[in-house]
Design a binder for this molecule. Structure first.
Ligand code: KDG
Ligand code: MG
Length: 408
């Protein structure tokens, strides 16, 4: 078989998604996710203008060769736009291969290692009371691990904190706002460092010692500030502290690691194994936070995780709502197959999104499972997608109290 068509599908059921659909000449289709939050049209153009024409007539079974051809052939290596585009091709080809074999993709990745993927949900609140309500809502939905984010006294809207959830209400948080210009939020690291340990103290005394708790620093600390936070959170036994330092500086984690035993996770903004070289070989982290969508696909993420396994480092793939159900399905197939799976981030997509992307994955008793449908197990509904036009949306910019764009 060869590739007959490669279509780039942009839709916006509540938020923007970029999807690649590859069709072979005997009609088998595969889907790939190339969504790059806030920069979606750049990934769509890269695919439509520079990748799709190269795919027509290629053998769809040669996944590794297609990956190397697109990565090395571009000459300009890495970068989020390039890697999201290559990721979409890679996912779609794996989807086709598994559908052709009549198997769920995880079977081709080595078969099951576990019953399901432990998932963590996001709880947040502008105050401790609102946070507790959100945690209770997540526990009622079956989550067995919770990410905790709160507002900081003296600051307004804080990145990573949703509008307060009412009892029984869906947690609905999309950090990109649908407007022509990014929102600007203020940030004060000293106030944050003082406040966060008091929040974890309150959460531990309310919910006890067993519940795995996670926290995301969103790259906002210097190495020493991150070391201070890691130390101050040690009494609360975090599952992980995520993105405590800027993504570009791998050496920053040396300082943090040498000062605290709080487990560390990083990588949602990384786009290749090279971003992890120091972190993995020096064992400066405990969890890999990459997404298939932003790391070039299933092929390189599997290699990255096998490399990480040698150093006792586990997966914690990035799974917010800007990873489409196609990307999330790929995480789950990898997750059940990998031996060194750690945890999977799970923010349920909106009903509108799930009307466009029909998924076979399930969430039961805190575990996500990819299901048994052949391939990735996701169908794309063109008619539903057509109702949702692309709408510009941007992630917010942080400014310090004196008005400077935040350093890190
Ligand atoms: O697109 C950016 C979001 O996906 C990101 O802010 C979410 O940090 C995030 C997380 O850990 O899910
Ligand atoms: Mg994060």
């Amino acid at each position: 078989m060869t590739i007959r068509s490669a279509e780039v599908l942009v839709t916006s059921p509540g938020r923007n998604f970029v999807t690649l659909r590859i069709t072979t000449d005997d009609g088998v289709t595969g889907l790939g996710d190339a969504t790059l939050n806030g920069r979606e049209l750049a990934a769509a153009s890269y695919l439509r203008d520079h990748v799709a024409p190269l795919l027509i007539g290629r053998d769809e079974a040669q996944i590794e060769d297609a990956w190397q051809y697109l990565y090395r052939g571009a000459y300009w290596r890495r970068g989020p736009v390039t890697m999201a585009a290559i990721a979409a091709v890679d996912m779609a080809l794996w989807d086709i291969k598994a559908k052709t074999a009549g198997m769920p993709l995880y079977q081709l990745l080595g078969g099951r290692s576990r019953r399901g993927c432990l998932a963590y949900g996001h709880a947040s609140g502008s105050s401790t009371d609102a946070l507790f309500t959100s945690i209770r809502n997540h526990l009622e939905q079956g989550f067995r691990a919770i990410r905790v984010q709160t507002g900081v006294p003296g600051l307004g809207q804080v990145y990573g904190v949703a509008t307060d959830q009412q009892p029984g209400q869906r947690y609905d948080y999309e950090p990109a706002k649908r407007q022509a210009l990014p929102a600007e939020e203020s940030w004060d690291t000293r106030a944050y460092l003082r406040h966060v340990p008091t929040v974890f103290e309150a959460v531990r005394s309310e919910f006890g010692p067993e519940l795995p708790l996670l926290h995301d620093g969103h790259h906002r600390m210097s190495p020493n500030e991150a070391a201070i936070l890691g130390k101050s959170l040690e009494p609360y036994d975090l599952f992980w502290l995520e993105d405590c330092t800027p993504g570009e500086n791998q050496e920053a984690l040396r300082r943090v690691r040498s000062q605290t035993t709080t487990p560390l996770a990083i990588g949602e903004v990384f786009n290749s194994v090279f971003d992890y070289q120091t972190l993995i070989t020096e064992q400066l982290i405990d969890y890999v936070r990459s997404a298939v969508t932003h790391t070039g696909g299933i092929t390189p993420l599997k290699k990255l995780m096998d490399f990480a396994a040698i150093y006792q480092i586990r997966s914690g793939f990035h799974g917010p709502t800007d990873i489409s159900p196609v990307g999330q399905a790929a995480h789950l197939h990898l997750g059940v197959a990998l031996h060194n799976f750690g945890i999977q981030e799970y923010m349920k997509h909106s009903e509108d999104t799930l009307e466009v992307f029909r998924t076979s994955y399930t969430f039961t008793d805190g575990l996500l499972d990819p299901g048994e449908n052949p391939g990735l197990g996701v169908e794309y509904d063109d008619a539903a997608a057509a109702a949702y036009e692309y709408t510009p949306a941007y992630l917010p910019v942080n400014r310090k109290l004196d008005g400077t764009v935040h350093d890190w």
